[in-house]
Ligand binder design. Sequence first.
Ligand code: KPC
Length: 521
Amino acid sequence: MDLFSTSLSMPEWETLIHRAEVGDVNEALENIDRSKGTEFDVIFIGGGAGGRFGSAYSKARGLRQLVVDKWPFLGGSCPHQACVPHHLFSEAAREMDYMRWNSDTLWFTKFEEERASIVDLIDLFKRGRNNPHAFMNWQSKEQLDMEYILNAEAIVIDKNTVEVNGERFTTKNIVLGTGSSTFVPPEIKGLDKAGVYDYATLIDPGLDYEPTSCVIIGGSKVAMEYGSFYQATGCHTTILTRSPLMRTKSLHHIDEDLRRYVVDNMRLRGMDIIEGCEPLEVVGEERATGVRVRLADGTETIIETDFVFLGTGERPHTQPFVDALGIDVDEKGFVKVNARMQTSIPGIYAIGDLIGAPMEMFKARKCGMTAARNIAGEPFEFDFSEYPDFLHTTYEVTWVGLTEDEAREQYEDITVIQMPPKGMPNGDIALPVSEGTMLYAFTRPELSGFQKCIYDNHSRRLLGAHHVGMGAKDAFQYLDFLIKKGITIDEMGEMNELFINPEHFIQLSRLRAGHQNLVDL
Ligand code: KPC
């Protein structure tokens, strides 16, 4: 379907995407300026965050780009199966948690668990997700002037040729950005049984029954986030993890006090977290009825459940490119790139989840831009080894920079400013209190969050910040920038806080900034 001379409205895009999803439209959706022929400066394979942002930057630098995606929309898995539903579920978990703690008090009605349906929320998401999909197509065409082919597979023929829908397109550069999917551990038996899901199959084809309990295999962010949601709905959830939660290799800079607050609060909400164990098998005839697990003491047990969820990390989609191009990949299949996103083959770049952790939006988008800048002849490097991070339980958990332990190892003399202060039980103080926790301050102060920031006493520079609560994520984007710029405690004290702010770092830092010799608070 040639869409180049047509301007579809948002509702028209939504309808077209829906028709493609249900199989009424099988042809490729093309937005190509045929008057310019079929030669491109760069072809992006995969129209997720990296491909879309790389395409936008390529256009901005005057390159002719083409982006191809097998789905009938741009934007990738984020708005389809991954980040967006996760944020919907995590926000729902926070709301349900709030309603439970306040159930039948003040103006709150009694929390009715039977109305907290996982299936209803999945259906709600699926009914709404074509709106962001439509917007990505509309914006990419009408505002960003990208050329694209959707609803079609791209086949790499060689380093300068890509075939789509039987037609060959030539290009000076190729950017690979086809993402990843859940790692299915081969040593765990029975993962193909009905009743076993991951973040993607939860949505497509979708959970079609209301589970009575959940066992999560793995201790990743996905495990913590989806597990907290299931538990909040009343679906009792057990997490089976080899490493202690938040001590998996995929997370860095986890402060131990923050970790303890997060995990204690998951348990307080009724979750079972079994660490140091080895899941062996999903048991049941055709449907999962339980998970056999070897516990840390070596004994084996079966945990009964009608819903198994995988939180075992991800693996990339790279084999077709290895076969076609011979690019170098690591032992897990992730493409090896340098800081310019260049692979081992000149003119071939790789971005996003395809190149390994962190599997995060900021990285995918910035990788796309990085590849485009280098293709445009503007040398640009992206080091994503240090980055601010977050996850959700029923809280929003955010962190950036060094932990207290790391700071003690790397610096002679540090100051730790935290709330509640060291040694004070959480329930003794209704602080930090901020967005979303005002009621807790007066009813259950131990639920009102945790925060810590760390300074180097010699340079007075901020080394790290850690927060459990609500509404601090935005601040952490800027704190990351300020830490990298070398902000000091004195400069923190000069900032203007918007009281009551989710993280009290400015005011707490100001209370100490006057000291010649910094001391803890
Ligand atoms: C609504 C939203 O930003 C999530 S989908 C983003 C896809 S993209 O802009 O291509 O990174």
